[in-house]
Design a protein around this ligand. Structure first.
Ligand code: NAP
Length: 470
């Protein structure tokens, strides 16, 4: 059988594995298997590609694979769950850089050689370095903001959008010249000008990546990381067209499309448009805080909170970033089990942007063996939340902030929240009255039916568990 045909079939099999793997990632129940299936697809794709190469430099290949494996293994062990978004941001960036290098090498090794470059390939090379470059530096900025290395506040200056548009226009101009002047004859000898244009395009892409990400506030970084994830897929897809590799085109498109879908879900969860996230400078010093709500918070002791929970027949847990920071998820599961044994109906309501990365709370609660069927979404709980006896908010803040529906001046106005303020009683576990990630004050703390159980979430949950056990 024709080896090329066999390779084509193997690529189709690998693509099937990618698609099924991705589908399985949509439920926590099947996500682990989905990950393994996608990895097998990648193994098939890599092995198939290697069979197409005649002169493989194994030393380089094995050295690269070895270094990558060590870094991956260390990252999996050393990076804390709360730092996952930064890591995902970095991975996106390196994905973009890898595509950029593929595009650059396709040009570098052909432009002065015997292979003329078709217009199609040249456009694909240009798009690869452009999207790859923007993804790389944009992701580095996103990483720096989330890791606290650079300010999480939007960096704004006058005429910013115009400056970015001017750079984009310059990139398009360079791209047109690059494609028109490409060496399209065998042994055309290339021209230093064309090569310089490619290098210029790379520098412009790097600049655009930085300038388009710094005006976005830290609170919007999850959305930006989803978008950059999508870009990294598009860069890989363009690289696939540049080097004529079908499986790269398919996998790049899958990443590009899924990243875009996730971006849309995140924007919808915050009731914001993508344009608003990218260009509004949300979270700048002038917009945060809301009204500075007045009132008296009512602290409770763990013992009093226990009495409320002990009498409850329905309890909804609302986890947030504080649960992750305190690593309280195991205690939460234990408390949930005790409440169930006590006859209460338990649910865990998870907001799509709770925590610091998409699916953050789902991952933590799954790790603590909370049954998947108890995990519900805001739209499953909100319509009947006034029948809930106690809503227990564990280190969540922005996602339960009623200012989103009560205060038109609040930066959170319009964001769908979990409406714990309408439950019969709401117990909030956190250390202080400080605001959450968005820096917006929360009137929930001063509502008549709210009680504050101050302290580290793990310690507070532990105290409640002890009360039950006694
Ligand atoms: P949040 O609004 O950031 O609030 C978390 C709260 O946890 C804080 O107010 C803090 O209050 C408390 N906390 C921190 N450590 C704690 C501890 N050890 N024990 C008890 N409480 C602790 O969290 P959220 O309600 O989950 O909302 C998520 C926010 O992050 C949204 O604004 C979202 O847009 C943004 N974001 C989301 C993602 C994502 O992908 N999910 C990524 C990045 C950003 P104290 O200091 O008073 O304890």
């Amino acid at each position: 059988m024709n080896p090329q045909l066999i390779r084509g079939l193997c690529y189709i099999v690998a693509s099937g594995f990618f698609i099924f793997g991705l589908k399985m990632l949509s439920s926590p129940r099947t996500a682990r298997r989905g990950n393994i299936i996608s990895a097998i697809g990648m193994l098939i794709a890599i092995a198939t590609t290697l069979t197409a190469l005649t002169d493989i430099k194994w030393v380089w290949l094995l050295a690269g694979a070895g270094i990558g494996s060590v870094v991956g293994a260390l990252a999996a062990r050393l990076v804390k769950m709360t730092s996952m978004p930064e890591m995902v941001g970095l991975f996106n960036g390196f994905g973009g850089l890898a595509s950029l290098l593929v595009g650059w090498s396709e040009f570098h090794f052909n432009w002065a050689g015997t292979d003329p470059l078709s217009l199609f390939t040249t456009v694909a090379i240009f798009l690869t370095v452009l999207i790859g470059g923007v993804t790389f530096t944009g992701s580095l900025v996103a990483f720096g903001k989330l890791a606290g290395m650079i300010t999480g506040k939007p960096v704004l200056y006058k005429g910013q959008n115009i400056a970015n548009a001017a750079i984009l226009a310059a990139i398009v101009a360079v791209g047109i010249f690059f494609c028109v002047l490409r060496p399209d004859q065998p042994d055309a000898g290339g021209s230093a000008l064309v090569y310089s244009l490619l290098i210029l395009a790379i520098i412009q892409a790097f600049t655009l990546g930085v300038l388009s990400t710094i005006p976005i506030g830290g609170a919007d970084m999850p959305v930006v990381i989803c978008l950059l994830n999508s870009y990294s897929g598009l860069a890989a897809c363009a690289a696939g067209f540049a080097i004529g590799n079908n499986v790269l085109i398919v996998s790049g498109s899958l990443v590009g499309a899924s990243g875009l879908i996730l971006t849309r879900i995140m924007c919808k969860a915050m009731n914001r448009s993508l344009a608003n996230v990218l260009f509004s400078g949300f979270g700048a010093a002038t917009t945060a805080q809301g009204e500075g709500y007045q009132g008296e918070a009512k602290p409770v002791s763990a013992q009093d909170a226990y009495l409320m929970l002990e009498a409850a027949t329905s309890v909804v847990f609302v986890p947030g970033y504080g649960m992750a920071a305190a690593q309280a998820q195991h205690g939460v599961r234990e408390l949930g089990e005790l409440l169930e044994q006590n006859g209460a109906e338990i649910k865990y309501c998870i907001h799509p942007v709770a925590g610091r990365m998409p699916g953050h709370m789902n991952v933590l609660l799954a790790e603590a063996n909370v049954p998947y069927e108890l995990l519900v979404e805001p739209q499953d709980v909100n319509p009947t939340i006034e029948t809930v006896d106690v809503a227990v908010v564990i280190g969540a803040n922005d996602v339960v902030n009623p200012a989103a529906k009560e205060d038109q001046n609040s930066p959170l106005w319009g964001m769908p929240i979990i409406e714990v303020d309408r439950a019969r009683t709401c117990i909030v576990l956190k250390r202080s009255l400080n605001p959450g990630f968005a820096g917006v004050d929360n009137p929930l703390f001063f509502k008549d039916n709210t009680r504050m159980l101050f302290g580290d979430a793990k310690a507070s949950i532990g105290a409640l568990v002890s009360e039950f056990k006694q």
